[in-house]
Unconditional design. Structure first.
Lengths: 117, 111
């Protein structure tokens, strides 16, 4: 079974440029997460989707970040414009969460390492 | 919101030594607890989890963790480490449908 797929694996851009990350979750997983991991830190949740609905985006900096999960499968995360402080690893994870079940194991992709110059 | 504390960010030990990584969390409600591991060049993967039942949880590769509710702790242990256990270990706590990670422990096992 294929795991969570992310692309690109690495991205280097200049500040003020836009950038987008793509995630394909594990087939059948209804819940999708985007995390940001800064150097020396643990991942921090940006947004959580249940199917196509964003149910927790309170930690997403909405002035420059946006995300979508059309058709409840693939997802994209966009930054426009990027700032120097956005340099980090952006992780996508997916999970199968049943009705009334608060949480389950999350499966992580390899991440996209973003460098903003 | 919940928070997770992991101490001793860098741990260096020799093969066959015992390993214990501390994890403390702050959250007053029901929690689900996880330890994730990231081997060099690989992605995060689940080591073990606790949802309910026996507070002593066995995971993969000989790891175990004990949930002590009164201490808000979920410490990870392995009695005898191997060189292949060199990795970064993250404790994570799910409360209120949000997973919060600690800063991680970078563990280096010297052959």
């Amino acid at each position: 079974e294929a795991g969570v797929v992310q692309s690109p694996r690495y991205k280097i851009i200049e500040k003020k440029q836009p950038v987008a990350f793509w995630c394909n979750p594990i087939s059948g997983h209804n819940t999708l997460y985007w995390y940001r991991q800064n150097l020396g830190q643990g991942p921090e949740l940006l947004i959580r989707y249940e199917n196509e609905e964003a149910v927790d985006d309170s930690q997403l900096p909405k002035d420059r970040f946006s995300a979508e999960r059309l058709k409840g499968v693939d997802s994209t995360l966009k930054i426009q414009p990027a700032e120097l402080g956005d340099s980090a690893v952006y992780l996508c994870a997916s999970s199968l969460v049943g009705p009334g079940q608060g949480a389950n194991e999350q499966f992580f992709g390899p991440g996209t390492r973003l460098t903003v110059l | 919101a919940q928070s997770v504390s992991q101490h001793n960010h860098h741990v260096i030990l020799s093969e066959a030594a015992s390993l214990e990584l501390g994890c403390n969390y702050s959250y007053g409600g029901t929690v689900n607890l996880f330890w994730y591991v990231q081997y060099p060049g690989q992605h995060l993967q689940l080591l073990l989890k606790y949802f309910s039942g026996d507070p002593l949880v066995k995971g993969i590769k000989g790891f175990e963790a004990e949930f002590i509710k009164s201490k808000f702790s979920f410490n990870l242990r392995k009695p005898s480490v191997q060189w292949s256990d060199t990795a970064e270990y993250f404790c994570a706590v799910n409360g209120n449908n949000r997973l919060a990670f600690g800063k991680g422990n970078q563990v280096v096992v010297i052959p």
